[in-house]
Design a binder for this molecule. Structure first.
Ligand code: NAD
Length: 329
């Protein structure tokens, strides 16, 4: 099978080339361009294409892929909101994905952000580099015996519950469905109780209409003073303008974000003063108790290896005609 691999980064090529040794029937050509209506025609002569969260797999792209004889789209990510499934079905194109490739990768990053905020590690790092060994401004709190509130207890939220439990924290959670695996050490509560009782709040639910801006000025006001808020899920779970208001009200001991509302707007690629002046992310970065990372939660060797392994197994299941739990359509 010949696969055209779009939006290639060096680390993608490394992990897929390594994993490909176990899948001798696959041949991959890597290109830097992302998959969209302008680049879909490059798939001529290939059997499948491999796309990512950033790809535009809408109707126009699918029409071109169909005209080039593509029968399989391998999404090397969990989400598929960028694929027009109706059109894919109409053209009989199979779409497969990689769900839950490494929940621990994201959960460990969430705890890293929580710890870095709590113990002011970013500030400590800079101070010591400047030869300032004083402890001024570095006081944190123990997590031990404090309350962790986890919103969304699917794969990543469950891993975060286990990590917090390992720290000796009391773990409470809110989800629309309870995860039976967590019953022995997690207490499910209402969202209101979670907000008012938690010392650390970590978001792990998907972005949907019902969760959009779930952290807003009303929910922020319900939180304890001195709470630490971590979001590694999706930026728009948090209404950024309200978060800024909450920070200015001194609600938070720390805020750790791996995702933020302006993520797709290339705010920091186009650094014009005008754009930065209106950027809520730039405003957030001006606060000393906020730490932002660039959507790197998933970015571990193990997660990349798992993505490559599952994507190529998906390709094999297509060749053999086997149904797969990773089928989107
Ligand atoms: P999952 O589907 O296993 O779990 C999501 C959980 O959220 C489910 O238990 C679901 O019942 C719950 N949920 C749904 N609606 C809810 C609501 N209104 N209130 C509370 N809980 C609700 O998903 P996952 O694999 O654990 O991933 C969680 C999120 O993490 C993804 O949606 C994605 O946005 C994000 N993510 C981030 C990175 C990163 O690199 N930072 C990587 C992968 C995933």
């Amino acid at each position: 099978m010949r696969i055209l691999f779009y939006d290639t980064k060096s680390y993608d090529k490394e992990s897929f080339d390594e994993t490909k040794k176990l899948f001798p029937d696959t041949e991959i050509e890597y290109i830097k361009s992302d998959l969209d209506p302008r680049t879909a025609a490059l798939a001529e002569g290939f059997d499948a294409v491999c796309g990512f969260v950033s790809s535009d797999v809408g109707a126009d792209t699918l029409t071109i892929l169909h005209s080039k004889g593509i029968k399989l789209i391998l999404m090397r990510c969990a989400g598929f909101n960028n694929v027009d499934l109706e059109k894919a079905k109409e053209y009989d194109i199979r779409v497969m994905r990689v769900p839950g490739y490494s929940p621990e990768a994201v959960a460990e990053h969430a705890m890293a952000l929580a710890l870095a905020c709590n113990r002011r590690l970013y500030k400590a790092y800079n101070k010591v580099r400047e030869n300032d060994f004083s402890l001024a401004g570095l006081m944190g709190s123990n997590f031990y015996q404090k309350t962790a509130g986890i919103i969304g207890t699917g794969k990543i939220g469950a891993a975060m519950c286990r990590i917090c439990h390992g720290f000796g924290m009391k773990v409470i959670a809110y989800d629309v469905y309870e995860n039976p695996e967590l019953r022995s050490f997690v207490t499910y509560v209402s969202l209101e109780d979670l907000l008012s009782d938690s010392d650390l709040i970590s978001l792990h639910c998907p972005l949907m209409d019902s969760t959009h801006h779930m952290i807003n000025i009303d929910t922020i006001k319900q939180m304890k003073d001195g709470v630490i808020l971590v979001n590694t899920s999706r930026g728009a779970l948090v209404k950024t303008k309200d978060l800024i208001e909450g920070i200015r009200m001194h609600k938070f001991a720390g805020v750790g974000l791996d995702v933020y509302e302006e993520e797709t707007q290339n705010v920091f690629e186009d650094r014009s003063d005008e754009i930065l002046e209106h950027s809520t992310t730039a405003r957030l970065l001006s606060f000393p108790n906020v730490m932002i990372t660039s959507h790197q939660g998933f970015f571990t060797k193990e997660a990349l290896a798992a993505i490559a392994q599952t994507s190529l197994q998906n390709a094999m299941d297509f060749i053999t005609g086997n149904p797969s739990p990773n089928d989107v359509c």
